[in-house]
Write a protein that binds this ligand. Structure first.
Ligand SMILES: [Zn+2]
Length: 398
């Protein structure tokens, strides 16, 4: 099978770009590219000598490939330093330069993702590029140059791109009409706040980016990155649930769906299940419905991105199967909802909001049965307040 891509001039973005030479399904490893140069990541700037020494170790062919790369507009004295800074990526305490990967242009709504190669051995230090959605034949393959862009507004993203790479982005998120742009910026601001909080950090202040320009871009206080401080007050389980699912929805709305989005839905489902398990004998229907819907979304995203038969897909499906063996979700799956609905209507109640699982009184032979009682929202809330979901229950719901 031939290559998935070809390098040719990008009319839309200028210079060269990488294009799909045939339809690329999501999850495809489009490119596996060994590093040609590698430098240890430091707080302060690399010296010209360090970059030159590393360059001098290359073969003549690799030297030519490196010197052909875009050099950006940064105010460094040597061209080699400009090329290295414009094209290298940070990875596990190092920065590395991958020549073919450097040909891939940027988008704030990328169709591919640059990742460390998990089958990486130290000799090659390869990076891989993976399709995160279907890429049509002839379409330009685009990655996002900065992992913090998801939570940045158009002007902040473009300040960084202009200061460090010398271009302004023409992607669909950066060229929205005024109204949609306000909406997109609002979503990105919320993504910044929620993603920080879900990771246990106070949201970073991004106002410094408003003053970023090519002149001050190499100032160490600018390049050291965004400071992160742990949350002053830990999130409650309710906040964890709500923030995860809200963040996942915002990422989908911004067309930033990736494996992280799937994990957020899974987190939300897990936290809600934990809350349900505090009252194991009252099954609240909307909770079970949400857990199910979020896990179905997570599975769909993972399957779309990594392929339905990938290890990640298998793992998340297996996890969901295991979770469904739990008593509440098992009951939810097997409940005869029509029967319950009829039962509720018979009692003059509306929708079945919850069911209370209990034991019948022993019959003449002393046998105990399972008693399932349909509850309205009001009755359910009263019983939960009284703590009745925690007690008076069968030991097993076989
Ligand atoms: Zn953009």
């Amino acid at each position: 099978m031939g290559s998935w891509y070809e390098v040719k001039p990008s009319l839309e973005r200028g210079g060269l770009g990488v294009f799909a030479s045939r339809t690329i399904p999501p999850g495809t490893v489009i490119m596996r590219d060994p590093a040609v140069m590698k430098l240890k990541l430091k707080q302060v700037q690399f010296t010209d000598e360090e970059v030159r020494d590393s360059f001098n170790l290359l073969s003549t062919a690799d030297k030519i490939r490196v010197l052909k790369l875009h050099e950006g507009h940064r105010p460094f004295e040597t061209r080699l330093m400009r090329i290295y800074k414009a094209n290298s990526f940070g990875a596990q305490g190092f920065t590395m330069l991958h020549v073919d990967m450097s040909r891939v242009n940027h988008s704030c709504v990328p169709n591919a993702d640059r990742q460390d190669d998990t089958e990486n051995d130290e000799k090659t230090d390869a990076a891989i590029m993976v399709a995160i959605r279907t890429i049509a034949k002839g379409e330009e393959i685009l990655i996002c140059y900065n992992s913090n862009f998801e939570g940045m507004i158009v002007t902040q993203r473009n300040n960084i791109l202009d200061s460090y790479y010398g271009f302004c982005c023409s992607c669909s998120a950066c060229t929205l009409p005024a109204k949609e742009r306000v909406l997109s910026d609002t979503r990105r601001r919320l993504i910044n706040v929620l993603s920080s909080k879900c990771s246990g950090y106070e949201p970073p202040r991004l106002s410094q980016l408003d003053y970023l320009n090519r002149q001050n871009a190499e100032n160490p206080s600018t390049t050291m990155g965004l400071p992160q401080f742990p949350l002053r007050v830990a999130l409650s389980i309710w906040e964890k649930t709500a923030f995860s699912v809200l963040l996942a929805e915002l990422m989908q709305a911004e067309r930033l769906t990736n494996v992280i989005t799937a994990n957020l839905y899974r987190e939300a489902a897990y936290h809600l299940m934990q809350q349900m398990s505090k009252n194991p004998y009252i099954l609240v229907m909307p909770s079970a419905r949400y857990v199910t819907a979020w896990m179905e979304k997570a599975i769909k995203i993972v399957s779309n991105i990594t392929g339905a038969r990938s290890n990640q897909s298998k793992a998340i499906k297996e996890q969901w199967n295991n979770w469904q063996q739990g008593e509440q979700l098992d009951l939810y799956r097997n409940l005869k909802l029509d029967y319950l609905q009829a039962l509720a209507r018979g009692k003059g109640a509306g929708e079945v909001f919850a069911v209370h699982i209990g034991e019948t009184v022993p019959n003449a032979e002393g046998l105990i049965g399972l008693k399932i009682e349909a509850l309205s929202e009001q009755t359910c809330k009263t019983r939960l307040r009284e703590g009745k979901g925690k007690v008076s229950c069968p030991r097993r719901l076989a």
